[in-house]
Write a protein that binds this ligand. Structure first.
Ligand SMILES: Nc1ncnc2c1ncn2[C@@H]1O[C@H](COP(=O)(O)OP(=O)(O)O)[C@@H](O)[C@H]1O
Ligand SMILES: [Mg+2]
Length: 260
């Protein structure tokens, strides 16, 4: 069944500094949304708040997945409810192989007695790694350890495809990718497209959106979504930058902060 993630008037602070100042967004199964915006405007803060990173304090507003209050859930409950985050900076975990991590994550989301069989898991893993043109040896390496930037991003898409979440947030999954890797990552995301899958793509560049056509494009500035439109909005940002939006909205050109 298609799910809907609803974010209403979300305010988020980090160490008492307000970063998000009233974000409204609704992502339904079947839809692909893109958020673009200058550095330090709160895009990663939004993704961390949705996943429940403890450092990001939701001071007001709501996040719901269908009828459920996401803010009441622990991080693992959010994952089990069907939320997924591909992090801008994926963590390395020494001692845990990629394959074990994936299988454990899949099983953690299933009822007891409904675990994926080893055979089925391996079949699916091999098939997905092949589609993403990943070296099969990477399954047995420690999670992200010594992976190149591009390999980490591809690995995030491997997790996405294996876990099959209802709603995924992909934070700069395209940064640091060469053009071939960009195409492969896009192929993986497009493969996921279905009426049961909603996706929020955070990106700096329009180029990813040449391969994945979003239904909606949003611009985030100074902790708010200040403009929404279709794919043509991303194209205009690519050619003209953000100044015209600032002018249109009368936003002062102050520095909001540095990217974390
Ligand atoms: N863990 C953190 N501790 C302190 N400040 C942070 C942290 N994470 C983000 N910030 C600050 O919050 C603001 C927004 O950051 P971020 O959400 O990463 O922006 P974006 O992803 O849009 O580039 C920045 O000013 C950044 O320095
Ligand atoms: Mg960011």
């Amino acid at each position: 069944m298609a799910s809907t993630l609803t974010i209403k008037d979300l305010h988020v602070a980090i160490e008492d500094k307000e970063i998000l100042k009233g974000v409204n967004l609704e992502i339904k199964g079947g839809e692909i949304h893109a958020i673009m915006g200058p550095n330090g405007t709160g895009k990663s803060t939004l993704s961390s708040a949705i996943m429940g990173h403890p450092k990001y304090e939701v001071t007001s507003g709501s996040i719901t997945l269908d009828e459920e209050d996401v803010l009441e859930m622990e991080v693992d409950e959010r994952a089990r409810a069907g939320l997924f985050l591909a992090m801008q900076y994926p963590s390395e975990i020494n001692g845990v192989t990629n394959s074990d991590f994936l299988r454990t994550s899949i099983n953690a989301r299933r009822e007891e007695g409904q675990e994926i069989t080893l055979m089925k898991f391996i079949r699916e893993l091999d098939k997905t790694m092949e589609l993403l043109e990943m070296d099969l040896d990477m399954a047995q390496r420690y999670l992200n350890e010594g992976f190149s930037g591009g390999e980490k991003k591809r690995n995030e898409i491997l997790q996405l495809m294996m876990l099959k979440p209802k709603i995924a947030i992909l934070d700069e999954v395209d940064s640091g990718l060469d053009i071939d890797a960009l195409k492969i990552v896009s192929k993986g995301i497009n493969e996921m497209r279905s009426s049961d899958f909603g996706c929020l793509i955070i990106t700096h560049y329009q180029r990813l959106l040449n391969y994945i056509t979003p239904d909606y494009v949003h611009v985030m500035m100074q902790g708010r979504i200040v403009k929404s439109g279709g794919p043509e909005l991303a194209q205009r940002l690519e050619s003209e930058g953000y100044d015209w939006i600032k002018a249109e909205l009368g936003i002062e050109d102050e520095t909001v902060g540095q990217e974390a």
